[in-house]
Design a protein around this ligand. Sequence first.
Ligand code: ADP
Ligand code: MG
Length: 236
Amino acid sequence: ECGSRINAASKSAAKTGQGPALTGRLFRDLPISQRTLRGLEASKYTKMTEIQSGAIPLALFGRDILGEARTGSGKTLAFLVPTVECLYRQNWSKMDGLGAVIVSPTRELAYQIYQVLINVGQEHEISAGCIVGGRSLSEEQQAVSNMSVLVATPGRLLQHLDESPGFDSSALLMLVIDEADRILDFGFQETIHNILGHLPTQRQTLLFSATLHSSVHKLGRAALRSPEVVSVHHNA
Ligand code: ADP
Ligand code: MG
């Protein structure tokens, strides 16, 4: 299931209960494709949250982002919308290799991000996969060589970068590091640095975290170039 084309699966996310605080700013006022807008609408996303309206326009402009907002504030779309748009604008295809990679601290979070990606990206022809281990490496190696976007845990991503012959990340456009504070809490600092060593330096990088501790800033200095800091502090 992890590894279908984006447009293959398209269940809209049923949302129940209270969602995050929304602003008056709309996704449809962003300079994004109709395909992405339709994907957002299919998932019932119309108004942006604070972190989304702060980060998405700057990311669409090509800036690196150091984003801070609490859990539940909508950080996933803050990086997925620019990621999908970036590949679409470049007319990215399977032939171009890996275009974007999203690093997440846990399998569960990676899979959640992947689900949002296939929903919001359902109108796009982008192949996406989720690599979190748990399957045989050789099985995954077949799949990763055809993926334009991967959502991955740090250890498994590094394993593929080190060991998978057909895995070409030399043209990568976008790196996303999600939940950077937890990635560091889990002891993945060196893994992330090794991942950075494999990736082209000419790329856009978006780093999101619930908190910007000094260790997160330090990672930011290694991964980001002249980032815009987008920090949302809420009582709500
Ligand atoms: P975070 O990563 O900051 O913890 P998520 O991206 O997981 O937050 O979003 C938290 C919840 O808010 C999810 O259920 C998501 O579907 C919902 N959500 C995010 N953005 C919006 C939006 N613009 N409109 C409505 N619901 C949203
Ligand atoms: Mg999140």
